[in-house]
Design a binder for this molecule. Structure first.
Ligand SMILES: [Fe+2]
Ligand SMILES: [Fe+2]
Length: 186
């Protein structure tokens, strides 16, 4: 279904920009965590970077009928510090997305009856809540000078749902079967 409403279209483009930057930022912060000898926190950053890729992928594809070049403004956290500081940046970004950005984008898409965008924003909103919590756990450990305890991380390639421990039978958000999950082993 083509997009019919400029407001949803703009929000998709901005969300795509935000997710693209989050993806890159987490890879960079993962490298820093690796150098600080925090391999589990580094792995969490890489797993969540993959989830942000899934969100960007959905949003980009929803814009497929709107070809062209655009200047995209998008919110993004900028900090390069020690892992504790970087994790605070990650928490701030995820909470902003979970509490402000995606609830507004989702309601807009719903109001404008843009089904594809609604799906993409719903997927992102559900994952960002989990990401905020996981980054908070990581920061609590890092503040004590320790790596976090972290089992295998499973990330849904469709919606970015992020799960630690045992693999869910199917994705609780989008319903994809467990064999599709991308695995970041402990
Ligand atoms: Fe996230
Ligand atoms: Fe999913």
């Amino acid at each position: 279904m083509p997009l019919n409403n400029i407001m949803t279209e703009k929000f998709l483009r901005s969300a795509y920009g935000g997710e693209s930057m989050a993806h890159m930022r987490y890879l960079i912060w993962g490298e820093i965590a690796e150098k600080e000898n925090l391999p589990n926190i580094a792995r969490l950053f890489r797993a969540i970077a993959y989830a942000e890729w899934a969100h960007a992928n959905n949003q980009f594809r929803e814009l497929k009928d709107k070809k062209g070049s655009f200047s995209v403004s998008a919110g993004a956290v900028f900090v390069v510090g020690k892992t504790v500081e970087n994790l605070q940046g990650a928490i701030d970004g995820e909470l902003h997305e979970a509490q402000q950005l995606y609830p507004v984008y989702l309601q807009t898409a719903r109001f404008q009856n843009e089904k594809g965008a609604e799906r993409a924003f719903h997927f992102a909103l559900e994952a960002e809540k989990i990401h905020a919590r996981l980054f908070q756990e990581a920061k609590t450990a890092a503040e004590q000078g320790k790596d976090m305890e972290l089992g295998t991380v499973y990330v849904c390639p469709i919606c970015g749902h992020t799960h630690v421990g045992t693999i869910p039978g199917k994705c609780p958000v989008c319903g994809v079967t467990e064999d599709k999950y991308k695995t970041f082993p402990a």
